[in-house]
Design a protein around this ligand. Structure first.
Ligand code: C5P
Length: 243
């Protein structure tokens, strides 16, 4: 079981969705030694900046910088380089930016990594889970969202990216089509009995692990809990039980 606890700890990413530096630091202190990965997304990054990311890296945390880069290849390459220079362990881009843009992100991630260090993993976001088939067709795309998710994941894989971000509902299909070591990272995790909130498509930690997730992003069920450390431990126990 201790072995599974260790494996679970390597798979949990806590989303630090806050614009308040004190709150962010407090959460990290609460979870010290228990959680290895933290996600810094648009809210925290636009409010707290690279300085907060640097603070996390200095504390020994593995940082997933979730900025979903999407621009011309040259700009994305430079942004990915800056991410790598901050010492983050993972970053992401929109697959919709195309193969050349994804290759540019990889080049930037590698180019910005100090010698002797491992470059950050680069993941692709396929179709945003906020888009349904109607919104998809309004944008002029053909076929279903489900087909596009597989097609764009294949493009990400063949471009050399480490994996994709996906919803819990997409896990089984993606895992079937893309064996490990291609990484599947999923948000939308709700421990049994917790508040579902605004997540419409969610899964329990056990289910996500069973369906083939490599990394589970959990935000509010841990960060808004009266005791974040106890909540994180509960999630880890659930994950370990399914490993
Ligand atoms: O608080 P909660 O556990 O819902 O946080 C989930 C995190 O994952 C948030 O940072 C959110 O932006 C992100 N996310 C998501 N659903 C997606 C993609 C990303 O909830 N489809």
């Amino acid at each position: 079981m201790a072995m599974n606890q260790q494996k679970a700890a390597e798979k949990l990413v806590v989303a630090l969705d806050t614009a308040d530096r004190q709150q962010g630091e407090w959460l990290v202190e609460q979870l010290y030694g228990l959680v290895a990965w933290f996600k810094v997304g648009l809210e925290a990054f636009t409010a707290l900046g690279p300085d907060f990311v640097g603070w996390l890296v200095e504390r020994g945390a593995k940082v997933f910088l979730d900025l979903k880069l999407h621009d011309i290849p040259n700009t994305v390459e430079k942004a990915a380089r800056s991410c790598a220079q901050l010492g983050v362990s993972m970053l992401n881009v929109h697959a919709a930016g195309g193969a050349e843009m994804m290759r540019a992100a990889l080049a930037g991630a590698q180019g910005g990594t100090p010698a002797g260090h491992t470059p950050p993993l680069v993941l692709a976001v396929t179709v945003l889970t906020s888009l349904d088939d109607l919104a998809w067709h309004q944008l002029g795309w053909r076929g279903s969202v489900a087909e596009a998710v597989i097609r764009w994941a294949e493009l990400a894989r063949s471009t050399g990216l480490a994996g994709v971000v996906c919803s819990p509902q997409e896990l089984s299909r993606l895992r079937g089509a893309f064996p490990r070591p291609f990484l599947l990272l999923t948000p939308g995790i709700r421990p049994a009995g917790s508040q579902v909130g605004d997540q419409r498509r969610w899964a329990t930690p056990q289910q996500a692990v069973q369906d083939g997730a490599d990394l589970l992003v959990v935000g509010r069920p841990i960060t808004q809990a009266p005791d974040p450390r106890a909540a994180a431990q509960q999630v880890l126990d659930a994950m370990a039980g399914a490993l």
